[in-house]
Every structure is written in C-alpha cells, then in structure tokens.
Design a protein. Structure first.
Length: 95
C-alpha cells in the first residue's frame, strides 16, 4: 500500500469513503482522483453526485480548495479559494 501523502493513496481512500457514503445515503457519489496537500489545499477530479433517483445533483471536472486556516479546537475551516471547473449544479425539489 502507498504512503498517505501520495495521490494514489489519497484517491484509493477517497474511493472507499465515497462508496461508504453512497451506501449510507442511497445515492451515488464518485471522485476519480484526489490530490491533498495537508493543511494547504485539495483538488478533486471528476466529482459527481446523483440523487436517489439517479439524477445529477452536481458534477464537476475539478473542485479545488485552498485553505487559509484550520482549527479543530475552534471548529474553523477557513477557505481562501474555492474553484469549480466545468460543471453543472442542479437544484432539485422532491415532493
């Protein structure tokens, strides 16, 4: 198994997490590739979330996040930049 700092390991872990979340929520959540620079930034490639009916809630070729500050003690996640590239976002109202 690869070391936790490598993109390959991070992607493997993300796929396990999204499979778990998909099962728990009854939806489909997929992420094809992950690159995390701890306490600095994260990039997710080919992200898709489908609702329980299989309709796309959102899909992005890339989601990037740059962090300014993280504090678990103060419960702070300060994002300095959020980038959404080539995607769709659908608002769905279920009755």
């Amino acid at each position: 198994m690869e070391r936790p700092q490598t993109d390959g390991f991070q992607t493997w872990l993300a796929k396990r997490l999204t499979a778990y979340l998909s099962k728990e929520t009854g939806t489909t959540i997929t992420v094809e590739r992950v690159s995390i620079r701890f306490f600095q930034s994260a990039v997710l490639k080919d992200v898709q979330v489908l609702d329980r009916q299989g309709e796309t809630l959102f899909r992005f070729e890339e989601i990037g996040v740059s962090l300014r500050d993280i504090s678990t003690k103060n419960k702070i996640l300060d994002i300095s930049k959020l980038t959404l590239r080539k995607g769709v976002f659908n608002l769905v109202h279920l009755q």
